[in-house]
Design a protein around this ligand. Structure first.
Ligand code: F6R
Length: 616
């Protein structure tokens, strides 16, 4: 949520910053801004809209300097205006600051600062930090790097909330500072140049050496190199890590949108989730990252799964997987709810799995921390190595899905489902699941990438269906058991990319109210592969057809009944019930994509959304 890029080195800062912001635009695109220093002069340019607007502004009013900070915003406090865009400054107009996160006590701090004579120009919480640092810098009377660092320390000592910040000051030329608490900040260590960014995509064109800052770290960059300390004044425990993706991995390649590229990457991303994790000899999954022995795993009597949005839907499928393959009671809860619930499960026999592509979602992190506080073993399923979820959990499983840039999550979802299948296999095999059943599951997992490729061949057919229904008023998505969460996910994908109201329901719930919506202008999408509830789904489809509702069905190859009753059918390869969600979701991802394109929406930057929601 919001993107930060900062640079100090030998090159002109503005082009590096703008290029970095373009790569982070998926984190927010309401407004953007940049500040550079030319000697002891601070230059600031801000604009509302996409990074392309900032680029145009810089063509008209260029700024020089080899040190600078920049930001792309997703509004939390204050409307989308130039005044509210970052960078923000202090009373002297010589300091510039960009910020990700939320300052919870900003009202109080702002009141105090106004009493001290400060004037505010925006309605953001960020401006409070700029004024506070400026206030201490002036008050302390200490100049230079040490003075600025001390002012930042004092100011952050008063702040309650989350932040990733980058700061420059015209009285301290050549020095760039940053700090983080609860909002990611990564330092790119280049050859005579340094970058500070909210995620690695902005850094990778310049260097593959990164330091993921820890909470309460403060970093000082400039000609003298880099220093990482804690806000309390101690040396930080940092490590230089190699970034494991290239600039090609984060380009759109031949695809018009990241979302489409990532949908088509799923045979590879699912393969990566499985690679090296299957043991034919023991007919089980090997997940060393869980950091738990078989004795500990066998003692587990209850699993809690949690996440937000698409990750929550993965958790819901996980509940069905774990109950049917591992025979362990499982529940799945929105992270935003779990964090405030009184958890009654016994900590010593319960594992909590948090699922998050980014590993930075605020509610998911809060659920993780709350579970830890109560003594539960917490495990993360996330994509970003060195993300906060990865660092704060007791163990976990990486998705290895590669960078996901499309705001609508696609490949991360199928990777999450694959990993949840592996986890279920592992737990199942130390309980009731036989060696033969374990081998059967392994064989199905191994066939999965090929079946995903076959499913992707539906894309042209899905595009035609999308054109046919793109102007529908709303959509219903219906499924049962393993595919009920897929109905929820299909509805979410369509809503967020096309702005069409869509809702997902268990098919059998139709007659308890939802059926009132069924009408010729409202299509119902049924996920009805060959499984234990196919007959029930067929009955529900008949109920919709009897009321003149158009039906699009996702079924298993060769199912003649579906072909007879549905208006449009998309056939996915035959697969066991526990695998079917991974295949069934793919035509729904494509449907959402093609409808959004048909309606002329910016698929990779859906209205009001941003990737990675780092605020509550
Ligand atoms: C939907 C979507 C969101 C995310 C949710 C959690 O397409 O992308 O619903 O799934 O914000 O994000 P992560 O997985 O990063 O925690």
């Amino acid at each position: 949520m919001c993107g930060i890029v900062a640079y100090v080195g030998g090159a002109a800062a503005a082009p590096v910053l703008v290029e970095g912001l373009r790569r982070l635009e998926y984190r927010g695109y309401d407004s953007a801004g940049i500040a550079t220093l030319t000697g002891r002069t601070l230059n600031i340019r801000k604009t509302i809209g996409y990074i392309s607007s900032l680029q145009s502004l810089l063509v008209q009013h260029p700024i020089a300097g080899t040190i600078g900070i920049s930001h792309t915003r997703w509004a939390t406090h204050g409307a989308v205006t130039i005044q509210n865009a970052h960078p923000h400054s202090d009373h002297s107009g010589r300091l510039a600051l960009v910020h990700n996160g939320v300052i919870e006590n900003y009202h109080e701090l702002r009141g105090d600062l106004i009493e001290k004579g400060e004037t505010f120009y925006s309605s953001t919480d960020t401006e409070v930090m700029a004024h506070l640092i400026g206030y201490f810098f002036g008050k302390n009377g200490k100049q230079g790097k040490i003075g600025l660092m001390e002012a930042i320390r004092q100011a952050l000592g008063q702040v309650v909330g989350t932040y990733g910040i980058a700061v420059i000051h015209a009285d301290v030329p050549g020095v760039l500072m940053g700090a983080r608490h609860g909002s990611s900040l990564v330092l790119g260590v280049g050859n005579g140049e340094y970058l500070l960014a909210s995620d690695t995509s902005a850094i990778v064109p310049y260097t593959h050496e990164a330091i993921y800052l820890n909470d309460r770290d403060i970093v000082c960059l400039g000609e003298g190199g880099f220093e990482v300390n804690t806000l309390t004044g101690l040396g930080s425990d940092y490590r230089i890590t190699k970034i494991d993706f290239t600039i090609e991995d984060i380009s759109k390649a031949e695809y018009p949108h990241y979302m489409l590229k990532e949908i088509f990457e799923q045979p590879a991303s699912v393969s990566n989730a499985i690679r090296g994790r299957l043991s034919l000899e023991e007919a089980t999954a090997k997940l060393g990252g869980l950091e738990a022995s078989n004795i500990e795993l066998r003692a587990v009597e209850h699993l809690i799964l949690s996440g937000c949005g698409t990750a929550f839907h993965a958790g819901l499928v996980g509940k069905y997987l774990i109950e049917s393959l591992a025979h362990i009671p499982a529940e799945c809860e929105f992270a935003s709810e779990l964090r405030y619930r009184s958890l009654l499960a016994t900590p010593s026999t319960t594992f909590v799995f948090v699922i998050s592509q980014s590993g930075e979602t605020a509610d998911t992190l809060a659920a993780l921390r709350e579970s830890r506080r109560k003594g539960y073993r917490t495990l993360g399923i996330c994509n970003y190595v060195a993300s906060t979820v990865a660092r704060e959990s007791d163990g976990g499983v990486y998705m290895h899905a590669g960078v996901e840039i499309g705001v609508a999550a696609t490949k991360s979802f199928t990777s999450q489902l694959t990993i949840l299948t592996l986890i279920s296999l592992l737990f199942g095999r130390i309980r009731r699941l036989s060696h033969t059943d374990g081998l059967r599951i392994i064989a199905e997992l191994e066939k999965l990438p090929e079946k995903i490729s076959q499913t992707l061949e539906l894309h042209e057919q899905v595009r035609r269906i999308a054109c046919k229904y793109a102007h529908a008023k709303s959509f219903l998505f219906l499924g049962r058991q393993f595919n009920y969460p897929i109905a929820l996910e299909g509805a979410l994908k369509l809503t967020e990319t096309s702005y069409i109201a869509a809702s997902g329901h268990p098919s059998a719930e139709l007659k308890h109210g939802i059926i009132a919506l069924v009408a010729p202008e409202i299509p119902s999408v049924f996920i009805a592969p060959e499984d234990s509830v196919l007959e029930k789904n067929l009955n529900n489809i008949q109920e919709v057809k009897a009321r003149n509702g158009p039906v699009i069905a996702i079924g298993t190859e060769g199912n003649k009944s579906l072909a007879r009753i549905a208006d449009d059918v998309l056939f996915i390869p035959e697969a066991p019930e526990y695998i079917s969600p991974i295949l069934a979701v793919i035509p729904l991802q494509l449907l959402a994509y093609y409808i959004a394109v048909e309606l002329g929406h910016d698929v990779d930057k859906p209205r009001n959304l941003a990737k990675s929601v780092t605020v509550e």
